[in-house]
Design a protein around this ligand. Structure first.
Ligand code: SF4
Length: 205
């Protein structure tokens, strides 16, 4: 995954370092190959990063190229997810009803089977957004305010917004949250909001 919030180029190069370490393992004396597949980060609704701006298409491409150079080795098979596709995913992942028109327009322009890279055409999607006077960047690359009402705010997942926001701050601080199956409850809200309980913890106690 590339393009995560707070990510530096040094972090990206960590993927290349890990690849070299795998190639150098004792088990790889036979000269095995390593497949490295990289996708751009897509902020999603109902997660601690739902407020984040996605990295721009250009920035994702730059980081893909950085890795391509660093992974130049005949024993490495390097593949990456189309950056335009990541931007599209981010737009629809946090989109609102206005994107319904974009979907229909894109279909009419010939967009089909876009999950297949050979069928995906960023230019057609761009044309569809423009024809509907919508900007994919508004949905994908815009930071949201703390109190912003989202198109998905009326959907109850059970997890409290305040908990997600705290998790976001913890992520920025590099702090891990304990797994409630084995550690005390950090209070996401699911158990009280949905009348649920952690069966694994009950089974092990
Ligand atoms: S124990 Fe329940 S409320 Fe606590 S973090 Fe786990 S799922 Fe959420």
């Amino acid at each position: 995954m590339i393009g995560l919030p707070t990510e530096t180029d040094e972090d990206v190069m960590g993927i290349a370092r890990l690849t070299r370490e795998v190639l150098a393992t004792r088990g790889n004396r036979g000269g095995g190959r390593v497949n490295v597949s990289v996708a751009g980060f897509v902020p999603k609704a109902h997660t601690p990063f739902q407020w984040e701006a996605q990295a721009s298409r250009e920035e994702l491409v730059r980081k893909q190229q950085l890795l391509k150079t660093a992974l130049r080795d005949r024993r490495v098979e390097y593949g990456w997810h189309d950056a335009g596709m990541s931007v599209l995913e981010a737009a629809f992942a946090r989109g609102d009803r206005r994107l319904g028109d974009v979907l229909v327009k894109a279909y009419r322009l010939g967009c089909r089977f876009d999950a297949w890279s050979e069928s995906f055409a960023w230019a057609r999607w761009h044309e569809a957004f423009a024809a509907c006077r919508q900007d994919p960047g508004f949905y994908a690359q815009r930071s949201r305010e703390a109190g912003e009402v989202f198109p998905w705010s009326h959907l109850i997942s059970g997890v409290e917004q305040a908990f997600l926001w705290q998790e976001r701050l913890r992520a920025y601080a590099g702090a891990a949250t304990a797994d409630c199956r084995w550690a005390p409850c950090p209070g996401c809200g699911i158990c009280s909001n949905l009348g649920a309980s952690v069966l694994l913890r009950e089974a092990s106690s």
